[in-house]
Structures are given as C-alpha cells and as structure tokens.
Design a protein around this ligand. Structure first.
Ligand code: ATP
Length: 234
C-alpha cells in the first residue's frame, strides 16, 4: 500500500540555520511511525513541514499520492492532517467541557464531541467542569488528543506526547494511540525518549542533526543502537 503521507528529500531551516538536510519519512494509513532523535535533531521541524506550518526549502510533501508541497496549514488541516504540538494546546481558563465544545466548529454537536472524548477517556468526564489549567499533565494531553480527534483526521502528528508524564499515564495514552491507528489513521509520533513508543510503533526513524540515521523496525537492534546514535550527536 502506498504511504498516505510522505516527505521526500525535504530540506528546511530557519534563516541561515539548516534544520533538515534531505529527510525522507513516510507513514501509511493504520500505521504508527515513531520519529526519534536527540534535542535539536529536527523532529518538530519535520512535523511542522508535514502539517504545512513550516515551508520546505527543497524536496516534496505528498499526501494520498498527490504532491502538496507548499500547502497552507489551514488547507492541510481541512484535508485531514492534524498536528498536536508539544505543550498540549488546551485553553487553561476554560473548563474541559468548554474546550470540547469549541470543537463544534467541525459540525459535530456538543453531545457528539463529548461522547467522543468521554468514551476514550473516562477521566475527562469526571473532570468536565474543571478548568483545563488545573488538570494533570496527562489529563491535559488526553484533552488535547481528543480535541484533535474531533476533526476526524486521516493523519495524526503527535509531538512529545509523553513529555513530563508518569510511565503509567504514557502507557494509557499510547493504548489510545494504538487504537486510533487500528481505526485507520496514519500516526507519526515524535519522541525524544523512546521506550514507550517503541513498544507500539510499526516502524521507527531516528533523526540526528537533520539527517535520518536509522529507518527500520522498532525492535531490539534499534534499541541497542539508539545510545550510540544519540551520543553521536553530542
Ligand atoms: P527537541 O527535541 O529539542 O524539541 P527537535 O528534534 O524537535 O528538538 P527542532 O525543534 O526541529 O528539533 O529544531 C531543529 C533545529 O532548528 C535546532 O537546531 C533548533 O535550534 C533550530 N530551530 C528550531 N526552531 C527554530 C526557530 N524558530 N528559529 C531558529 N532556529 C530554530
């Protein structure tokens, strides 16, 4: 099956800084691809290019086999490419319920949006009247994830989902990510620290200083190699 989203030989940077030196990444429908790498490797930049948030200086972005290089972020979002950035992006002064209701711009009713969120994460129902800023980090991440799902994405780009969270919470979030992929969504997960995501990923890529240094199965050989790859960047 051809990949749903594909970056081909993408170069991108910021002013004089080149962050990506020809990156190839692809993710198919129903697949979870883990994009790993140390600080500053270019993981977030890769996701921003994939979501049309940051332009590629060279190379191509393909979506459903079509060349969409240069696509605007708004068009990427309405075509089904959903970026959930690092830092969660919930509205801290609004309640959980209000954060969900804001997603009714998608055409779904308040009830439908709530049902979607609460069926995945029961805890959000218990916290429905609480302001989002007072949720735990994991609960905020669950809220951010369900807000993204309301848009019925075909591609989900998750940046540092596990950042600062306890292992059990991370496990719970990744159970849902695996379920989302089983429903047919193409998922590209960026993580700096690898182990939880490697347990459920179908494929892994490691970026080091803007270059893909590993592209293959997420198994033991990668785990053995990871420390060397990361140390090589220091
Ligand atoms: P981290 O895990 O630390 O978030 P990352 O792998 O996601 O890192 P990027 O955020 O993509 O890496 O950054 C890649 C390179 O581009 C880094 O050298 C970074 O300093 C640089 N960079 C990122 N954003 C900007 C920006 N807005 N302006 C200038 N340089 C930037």
């Amino acid at each position: 099956m051809p990949p749903l989203l594909e970056l081909r030989d993408v170069r991108a940077g910021y002013g004089g800084i080149t962050a990506l030196h020809g990156v190839d990444i692809s993710v198919g429908a129903g697949q979870v691809v883990a994009l790993l790498g140390p600080n500053g490797a270019g993981k977030t930049t890769t996701q921003k290019v994939a979501a049309g948030v940051h332009p590629a200086d060279a190379g191509r972005l393909l979506y459903g086999g079509r060349d969409v290089t240069g696509i605007a972020s708004r068009d990427a979002a309405s075509a089904g490419i959903c970026l959930i950035p690092e830092g969660r992006g919930v509205f801290p002064n609004l309640t959980v319920r209000e954060n969900l209701w804001m997603m009714t711009f998608t055409g779904k009713s308040r009830e439908e949006v709530e049902e979607l969120a609460f069926s995945r994460f029961q805890i959000l129902k218990e916290r429905a009247s609480q302001t989002a800023g007072t949720l735990s980090g994991g609960e905020q991440q669950m809220l951010a994830l369900t807000r993204g799902l309301v848009t019925d994405p075909a591609v989900l780009l998750l940046d540092e989902l596990s950042m600062g969270l306890a292992p059990l919470v991370v496990e719970k979030l990744y159970e849902q990510v695996a379920q989302i992929a089983r429903d047919g969504v193409a998922v590209l997960v960026v993580e700096q620290f690898a182990s939880a995501v490697l347990d459920m990923a179908d494929h892994a890529a490691v970026l080091v200083r803007g270059r893909v240094e590993y592209d293959g199965p997420p198994g033991r050989s990668l785990r053995n190699e990871l420390a060397n790859l990361y140390l090589g960047s220091a």
